[in-house]
Every structure is written in C-alpha cells, then in structure tokens.
Design a protein around this ligand. Structure first.
Ligand code: HEM
Ligand code: HEM
Length: 182
C-alpha cells in the first residue's frame, strides 16, 4: 500500500508532535531530576515515571498506525545518502523511544524500587533485583538519553534544512500544511 497524498496521516502527525513535546520534556525533567535534591527531586521523579510509561504505550500505538499508513515517499531528487540517513535516523528514534522507558523501568526493578504510577498503581518488576544489573542499566539510561538527545538535534536540523533551505515539502508533510497530491 503506497501513500500518494504527500503527507503523513492525521493520527501519525498528532502522535509525532505530542510525543516530540513529551520526549523533549522528559530529557529536561531527567536532567533536572539528577541535579536536584529533596522535594523537587521527588516531584520530578513522580512526573518522569508515568510520563515515560505513557511514551512506551504511545510508541506501540504509533508503530501500529505506521504499519497501517505508510509514510509519504521522500522527494525523488533527494541524494541517496540523505534518504538513507533519514530512514536510519527514524528507526534509531523509534528504537530509542522503546528502549528508554523499558531501560528506566528495568533499572528501577533491578534496584528493587517500586515503579509507582501515581498513589496506588504499581507496575510489576520486569527484571530480578540485582545491584550489578541496576548499575549497568542506570548507566545505560544516561547513555541512551544522550544518544536520543543528539539524534533529536540532528533530526530537527534536517527538518529545518528541508523546510527552510530545500523547501521540498518534507517539513509540511509532518506539519500538515501540505495539500493532498501536491
Ligand atoms: C522516553 C523516556 C525517558 C527519557 C527520555 C528519560 C530520560 C532521562 C534522563 C535524561 C535522565 C537523567 C540521566 C542522568 O543524567 O544520569 C533520567 C534519569 C532517570 N530516569 Fe528516565 N527517561 C525516560 C523514561 C524513564 C522511565 C519509564 C523510568 C521509570 C519507570 C525512568 C526512571 C528514571 C530514573 C529513576 C532516573 C534517575 C533519577 C535519579 O538518579 O535521580 N525514566 N531519565
Ligand atoms: C524528540 C522529538 C522527536 C522525535 C522522537 C521524532 C521522531 C520522528 C520519527 C520517528 C519520524 C519518522 C516517522 C515515520 O516514518 O513513521 C519523524 C518524522 C519527521 N519529523 Fe520528527 N521527531 C521529533 C521532533 C521533530 C521536530 C522538532 C521536528 C521539526 C522541527 C520534526 C520534524 C519531522 C519531519 C518533517 C518528519 C518527516 C520526515 C520524512 O518524511 O522523512 N520532528 N520524526
């Protein structure tokens, strides 16, 4: 099934922008969390965990939407290397959107901490308690967050290059301002 509308479907666009805001917020909340102590730390952690699990749920929905609605093709005149970089970076972003929350959840499970979503909803542990696993996963969470941050910056720069310099409709295909069959 090919997409000849020239734009991402409505659900894909809503999910893209909603998740972009949530993920960027998570990166800042994460950094703010490790830089704070006392009440502010507790408050930020209580936002970080449910927001991270919401991202995990939304990325599953997003992958299902993508399977049913293929994205529009990139412009024909885009150099092959740039097409490859675009596709590869999108899959890296998908992989990180899945890995980040799972590693966060697994890290708390390994540390023996309860993963609470609000006052009374407790998620099950997904790995057995182990100080070694906790240490490895804690570092992995930081390194993956850095990878997500840099991939996001490259992705945003590429989107702006398409929108402001090439003006080839790629940014509009996600912004929703492109008309069908243009
Ligand atoms: C897209 C999802 C996520 C992103 C982008 C994200 C990002 C971050 C970042 C940037 C940090 C700071 C890392 C550092 O400086 O070492 C962090 C720390 C942390 N994250 Fe996440 N995270 C996500 C999901 C989760 C989830 C789902 C959980 C748990 C259920 C979680 C639990 C934690 C914990 C416990 C810390 C350390 C807090 C501390 O040491 O004070 N994260 N996260
Ligand atoms: C953390 C934030 C973001 C994440 C995780 C993210 C993720 C993604 C992913 C995975 C795709 C591929 C969609 C698919 O093929 O199913 C995509 C496409 C796109 N994104 Fe983002 N995005 C983010 C932020 C942004 C921002 C800030 C902009 C604009 C300045 C942007 C502009 C675009 C555009 C124009 C496309 C379409 C590219 C194409 O057709 O190849 N994204 N994004």
């Amino acid at each position: 099934m090919k997409n000849s509308t020239g734009t991402f479907c409505f659900a894909a666009r809503v999910l893209h922008w909603l998740m972009a805001v949530m993920i960027v917020a998570m990166l800042f909340i994460g950094v703010g969390m490790v830089a704070s102590v006392s009440a502010r730390h507790t408050w930020l952690v209580s936002i970080h965990k449910p927001l991270g699990i919401a991202i995990l749920i939304l990325v599953v929905v997003r992958l299902a939407v993508r399977l049913r609605n293929p994205p529009p093709p990139l412009p024909d005149d885009l150099p092959l290397l740039q097409k490859f970089a675009a596709h590869a970076s999108h899959w890296v972003l998908y992989a990180l959107m899945i890995a980040m929350p799972l590693v966060g959840w697994a890290m708390l499970s390994a540390g023996g901490y309860p993963v609470m979503l609000g006052e009374s909803l407790r998620l099950p542990s997904i790995v057995p308690a182990s100080p070694v696993a906790f240490a490895v996963l804690r570092h992995l969470h930081t390194w993956l967050a850095l990878a997500l941050f840099f991939t996001f910056i490259a992705h945003m720069a590429a989107a702006l290059y398409h929108g402001l310099i090439r003006r080839d409709g790629v940014l509009d295909s996600m912004a929703g301002s492109k008309h069908a069959n243009m």
